[in-house]
Design a protein around this ligand. Structure first.
Ligand SMILES: Cc1cc2nc3c(=O)[nH]c(=O)nc-3n(C[C@H](O)[C@H](O)[C@H](O)COP(=O)(O)O)c2cc1C
Length: 243
């Protein structure tokens, strides 16, 4: 099984890069093949809204006339079982490079002329996804309009036919010049990566390692873990994989 992390930050060694890396490390410890892609290093051109890619029917991703890295990245996503999708919050939304990639995922929809809205193509298989974001604002504000890259990352997951099993928000990350999460958060993220693989293989019941999530999910207020919604998702959403 393969776990792929997409990092939507512009800097290496920051919160998103490090946390995605640690989650992947934990997954690799449990036997997953892992890969981390730094979106800012890739050639991702802007969608021109010609909609040619959305015209052909069927389940194959539509072809874009732009010759860049997006088809390769989409193939990597489709051939993965676990996706870690990450982006910091910049001006209240995901980063520009993440948004550029999201817009290019329009080729995963069929939207012929004359139809008012697109319909998602049926990609082969189904993936688990984890959404990771960070912000200067406290993570308690997740869900409030101004801190909303999780909403957009959710759309990315939907386009890629990936069920979301956890949303991790690291708040208050911009107080220090030094980039990156705390040691405790790194350890927790690594443990969480292992839990994900277990979850994928169906080893985790409702009584899974809640401890692994603490320190990740409400990182700015470690004594008040914001695990409720995430616990609910991991514990109660049945993840079914269609071959
Ligand atoms: C251009 C820019 C805009 C930002 N806008 C916001 C914002 O609207 N809300 C917020 O909470 N933090 C904002 N931040 C802080 C970033 O979210 C924070 O530095 C980032 O999560 C760090 O992630 P990284 O370490 O993975 O790069 C902004 C930072 C930059 C550079």
């Amino acid at each position: 099984m393969k776990a792929l992390g997409l990092v939507g930050s512009y800097r290496t060694g920051g919160v998103n890069d490090t946390i995605v890396g640690k989650i992947l490390e934990g997954a690799a410890d449990r036997g997953a093949d892992t890969e981390r892609v730094f979106l800012a290093d890739r050639d991702i051109r802007f969608c021109r809204n010609c909609r040619e890619c959305t015209q052909p029917p069927g389940n194959e991703p539509g072809r874009c006339f732009l010759d860049d890295d997006v088809p390769e990245l989409i193939n990597k996503c489709i051939s993965s079982d676990i996706l870690i999708l990450s982006s910091p919050v910049n001006f209240g939304s995901m980063t520009a490079v993440s948004k550029a990639f999201l817009e290019r995922l329009v080729c995963l929809a069929h939207w012929p002329w004359g139809k008012p809205s697109p319909k998602l193509r049926h990609l082969p298989g189904r993936r688990m996804s984890v959404l990771v974001t960070s912000s200067a604002a406290p993570s308690l504000l997740t869900g409030v309009g101004t801190v909303n890259s999780l909403t957009e990352l959710g759309k990315m997951a939907e386009m890629l036919h990936a069920g979301v099993v956890a949303r991790l928000h690291y708040g208050l990350v911009a107080l220090r010049r030094e980039a990156g999460p705390k040691e405790s958060q790194k350890r927790a993220a690594q443990e969480f990566g292992g839990c994900l693989v277990d979850r994928y293989h169906g080893h985790l019941g409702s009584n899974f390692k809640l401890r692994a999530l603490q320190g990740i999910t409400q990182s700015d207020l470690p004594r008040l873990p914001y695990v409720g919604p995430i616990f609910d998702r991991l514990a109660s959403i049945p993840f079914k994989r269609t071959e």
